[in-house]
Design a protein around this ligand. Sequence first.
Ligand code: SF4
Length: 375
Amino acid sequence: MRWNQQSALDPTSGADAGSDADTEAGTEAAGADAPPAELFGLKGLVRSVRTPEFAGVTFHEVLAKSALNKVPAASSMPFTWTINPYRGCSHACVYCFARSTHRYLDLDSGEDFDRQVIVKVNTPEVLAAEVAKPKWSRELVALGTNTDPYQRAEGRYSLMPGIITALAEHGTAMSVLTKGTLLRRDLPLLARAKEDVDVEISMSIAVYDDALQQTIEPGTPTTTARLATVRAAANLGFDVTVFLMPVMPKLTDSVDHLDAALRAIKEAGASRVVYGALHLRPGAREWFFAWLEREHPELLPRYRRMYAKSSYASKDYRAWLSRRINPLIDTYDLRGSADDDYPMTRRKDRMQAAAASSTLTHAASLTPPPQEALF
Ligand code: SF4
């Protein structure tokens, strides 16, 4: 099977993916705006673009030097390599843990994270060169670990088809985690990739209350639309995982909400659930508390107490949640795990699988230089 029948880069981007990655910022392209002054130091910045279809959002198109990011060995994440073609995310989830990464660009972790989106327009081409190297280890590559690869920008830039193609053509398994229903566009391609390599699909759906979902995840597709995407993937033979997280104290942790969530997940054809209580890391924390003060001021004291000393919900709360949700997971005959367990378990599984695999003859891993500003 050939994988090169998909266009790798949206020609409307206007970016020259084949030029030097250190190209200085240019603003002469039609429809382009001058990048904010603070972004002039961003290596590879080609231009900044606003379009009527994406009101309020500015895309900063950059030429990245590498696509693959190596996860530090000490990390408990269940994968070794990631790709993040976008930085910032117009899905705008109030609780998003990636918010603080925008500060590395001197942009803020609130509105700028939602509206100033960095687009690595040459990701498919750079990735194709990286995975073609003989030393590439062909370990699983995770997509959607930091920002969403199927956020709205993907409708304009179409980077994912080229990424999927490059990985599949070079025998590299992949996992995709998203809230984006744009995933449906690529399901046939992912299904073809699955004939040759492992492909895992996960959909993040935390809120099963439309009013709450629209205020706390204002840029995301509806829960109903995401469940329909789960169904579409399941119908193509994928064992879809639903990330039922973050579970938010007093907002989404009632028995009624969890029961409705798990019933809907089961009916959509998902195979398993990963759940987890809300984390509030710096960057997300301030943004979340401002939202809580606006929308649910009555909960502010409780949250301040709960997250006073840590970004994580207390052990007691997590144990309480486990006791509440696990019987429901059993009721709906879903395989479930807590996010606390999930990374460790999956990484161990992968390491064992990799050690046992006789096909992993590439002893040395490709180790691209760490990216300073881009993840
Ligand atoms: S979809 Fe994911 S990356 Fe995007 S804002 Fe929401 S939590 Fe963050």
